[in-house]
Structures are given as C-alpha cells and as structure tokens.
Write a protein that binds this ligand. Structure first.
Ligand code: ADP
Length: 473
C-alpha cells in the first residue's frame, strides 16, 4: 500500500472519529438542555395552575379564571387537571386526553419535584403519566392542585426539538466533513507527491543513474531532504568518477611493472640461450625495481583496507621529529639532485623529544617530502622543523606546479590524483592517490593535523602538526 493511500485512510479515519465524537457529545448536551427546558416548563404550568385553583376557589363565579384554566388545558402534554380541598373530591377537574399505552420513557427519571409538591411518574392502565401536585397551605384548609402530563407527548415534544436542532447541526457537520475530505486529498498530495518523487529519484540513483536530480520545491523539510539527496548523488558521482579513473589507471600502472618483469624474464632466457650470462644481473636489478613498485602498490592498498576496517594501531615510543625529518630528506637527496633540485632541512631551534609511532611518522614525512621532490621540476624543496604552540610542526615547502583551490580540497581523499583527467601532471601517473589519505589518517590518529596550502604555478606547503604528548603516553 502506497504512502498516499495510508495517509488518506489514516486521516479519513481520524475525521470520521472526530465527527462521531462531536455528534455524540452534541446529541447528549442538546438532549440534556431540552429535557431541562421541558421540566422547567412543566413546573411553571403547575405553579400557574395553582394560582388558577386559588382564584377559582376564592371566587367560583369568576368566568375569566375558568377560561384561563381552560386555556391551560390546550397545552398538548396536559392530560388532566384538578383542584381540590385536601381530603375532598375536586371542586374543579377536567380531562382532555386519554393517552394510548406507550413504552416507558427514560427522559423523566431525573425530574426533581417542586418544593412543596410531589412529582412522580406512574403507570396507569399501562400508560405512563407524569403526575405533578402542589399543595397551597391555607389557615382553614389546603388546596391541592394536580396536573397530569403525558410522558409520551413530552417525549415527542423533546424529540421534535432535538430533530430540529440536530438537522442544522448535521448539515453543518456534513459540510465540514466534505471540506475535511477535500483538505485530506490536498494534504496527502502535498505530502505524498514529493516523497514519491524522492523515492523514485533514490531508486534511479540506486540503479546507477547518478546524474538524476530531484527538483527542490521548497525550503521545508522536504526541500532540505531533496537537496541532501542531490548532494549525496553529486558526491557519489564524484567518487564514482574517481573510482573509475583509479581502476583504469591502476590497471595500467599494475600492468607496466608486470610487463616489465615478463620482458626481463624473456631477456634472461634469451641471454641464457646465447650464453651471455654477464648481462643477466642487469635484468635481475630491473626485475627487482619492478617488483618493488608492485609491492608499494599492494602495501598502500592493504594499508587502506586496514584503515577502513579499523585495524591500524600505533606503536608509541620516544622519538625526535628532527631525526625523522632528516631521515626523510636524506632518502630523497639523490633523487632531488638527479632532478637538479635543492633539497634542504632547516631546523628552527632546539626540538625536544616527543612521543609517537616513529615508523608511521617517518612514512608520512617520506610521503610529503617524496611528493614535493616528485612534482617539482625546478627550484627547491625546503623542510622546516620547528616548535609550534602546543606541539611541533614540520613544513615541506616546494616550488612545484602548485595545486588549484578546487583540487586542493580533494587531495587528502582516497585515490585522488590531480592527473585524474583534469590536467597533465606526468609525475602523478606513477602514484596511487593513497599517500596523503594514509598520511592524514596516521597524523589524526596521533591527535595532530595535516594541511596543505598552495598557489598554482608557485608551489605548495604541506604542514604536519603534532601535539606535545605527556611522557607516559
Ligand atoms: P600518491 O600516493 O599517488 O603520490 P598522494 O595521495 O600522495 O598520491 O597525493 C595525491 C595527489 O596530490 C597527487 O597525485 C598530486 O597530484 C597531488 N600532490 C601531492 N603533493 C603535491 C605537491 N607537493 N605538489 C603538487 N601536487 C601534489
């Protein structure tokens, strides 16, 4: 079942429940109000009738009181009225209506009797009668007024009033229900349409169509979700491009040493056939170089998989950052002089020992010094070791090609190489694009930071900051 159908069913059920509840409450309250009104009216009739009885008893010949008495009897619910001296037969009585048997009414049970009279329902000949009486105290004798009401007619009156007021109520309720239904359709459309569009877009993105963008229709949560999904698709596309580029270049990079090894082996076989054994060592050296390159690739890949599975741990020891930087500089001195580059180490003051994993930190320094020498074709590479607030820093400055701002933010990403189809960057062809990713991970594991600043055409500066560690770490 789709989200729209679920929403419609839920909101319709809610609307129906609210309508039923409102109707029940309305009918209950209305019934209580009408019943109370009817009770009040009957009480007023009884009291007015008492006045008539007193008047007729005082002046029996007065015809206007009798007419008034007769007028009362026109009230349809009144079945019988009588006025009597207490304990004597009525001196005035009339009966107007003989009600047919009816089921007992439930509305009259709550009637309260007037202060000095009685007020009770009684069944006479199978017919329910509401019998009201009121005693007027006189010095010589009491006058008792009796009025019998037909409960069936009172009930009919109540029901007719209830029907009348309910009719209006139900017209308004039906109109509200219809408006509510239209509202539900509009709301579900407004909610479900963007969700369905997003689900469809996510499905397309999932099926590999990463150029699919979801239209951002507003600034609400849905709009924010759509932008998030678009961002996610954009990032996926970028990393997919990097991955594709990496796979194609790594295949190429892996193939060239393997082809080299194969070629050298062929040459060795040929040399053996021709018995020119003295030329064999030269080929073995070449095989060794190709194998080392292959090993470097495989090591980097294994390191990344260790990082990703959280298996990299540090072997913390006492170390001196100046010594490590010096080792890294010496490792690339020959390479730098072959390229005609000046490679220098500048130490700013006394660098105290610190703690860290020396092998891992050497790996980082060798990577950034190696990159600086590899990518710089003329000029110099300067390595500074210096104290910094809260720790120590190594800065590697080169006069290489530099890196533009849009590429600079990606260089610590996995597999990222500037040669990746953007600019001819011949030296990067031999790399995996993993060195800086691994370096960043190692430095951050030490609690430090690694940053790069660069200006295209002028050179780059890579800085590694290591916080001072307490000796017991
Ligand atoms: P690799 O292991 O292939 O050398 P890195 O992760 O070390 O890759 O470097 C990523 C990319 O950053 C390199 O391919 C290169 O394009 C760029 N880069 C790194 N250092 C420098 C530098 N000193 N000057 C210019 N570009 C650099």
């Amino acid at each position: 079942m789709g989200i729209r159908t679920k929403l419609i069913i839920f909101l319709l059920a809610l609307l129906t429940a609210i309508s039923i509840l409102t109707s029940v409450l309305f009918i209950r309250n209305e019934l209580a109000a009408i019943s109370a009104g009817s009770q009040r009216k009957n009480l007023q009739i009884l009291l007015a009738m008492t006045e008539v009885c007193k008047e007729i008893h005082g002046s029996p010949g007065k015809s206007y009181a009798y007419r008034y008495f007769k007028t009362f009897l026109k009230t349809p619910e009144i079945v019988r009225v009588s006025c009597e001296k207490a304990g004597s037969p009525p001196f005035m009585a009339d009966e107007y209506y003989t009600p047919s048997p009816e089921p007992r009414s439930r509305y009259f049970k709550t009637f309260s009797p007037p202060g000095t009279g009685t007020w009770e329902t009684r069944v006479e000949n199978g017919v329910e009668i509401l019998k009201a009486s009121f005693k007027t105290r006189r010095p010589a004798f009491d006058i008792v007024t009796r009025v019998d009401f037909s409960t069936r007619l009172i009930q009919q009156e109540i029901e007719s009033s209830l029907r009348h007021s309910s009719a209006n109520f139900f017209i308004i309720l039906s109109l509200s229900f219809a408006i509510g239904c239209i509202g539900i359709l509009l709301i579900t459309r407004a909610i479900a349409d963007p969700i369905q569009a997003m689900a469809e877009a996510a499905r397309r993105i999932g099926s590999g169509r990463l150029d699919q963008m979801i239209p951002v229709t507003g600034k609400d949560e849905m709009g924010a979700l759509a932008s998030e999904l678009n961002d996610m698709a954009r990032k996926l596309k970028e990393s997919e491009e990097i991955r594709r580029d990496f796979v194609s270049s790594i295949t190429h990079d892996l193939r060239s040493p393997v082809t080299g090894i194969e070629l050298c082996a062929d040459i060795i076989l040929n040399l053996c056939g021709k018995r020119e054994h003295e030329r064999i060592p030269e080929q073995v050296v070449s095989i060794n170089e190709h194998s080392q390159r292959l090993n470097r690739f495989i090591d980097s890949m294994l390191e990344v998989s260790r990082i990703e599975s959280g298996k990299v741990t540090l072997d913390i020891k006492q170390l001196n950052l100046e010594d490590l930087a010096d080792r890294a500089v010496r490792a690339f001195r020959t390479y730098a002089s072959q390229k005609g580059l000046k490679l220098e180490l500048i130490v700013g003051g006394d660098i105290p020992d610190t703690r860290g994993d020396p092998d891992r930190l050497y790996q980082v320094l060798a990577n950034i010094v190696g990159n600086a020498v590899k990518f710089t074709s003329s000029g110099s590479v300067s390595v500074f070791v210096e104290a910094a607030p809260g720790g120590q820093r190594v800065r590697v400055c080169d006069t290489g090609p530099g890196i533009n701002a849009s590429e600079l933010k990606n260089i610590f990403s996995k597999y990222y190489r500037i040669s990746s189809g953007k600019r001819e960057y011949p030296s990067a062809r031999t790399g995996t694009g993993l060195g800086l990713f691994i370096a960043k991970f190692i430095i951050e594991l030490h609690g430090g930071t690694i940053t790069a600043e660069s200006e295209e055409g002028k050179g780059s500066v890579f800085s590694v900051f290591l916080p001072a560690r307490s000796p017991d770490l």
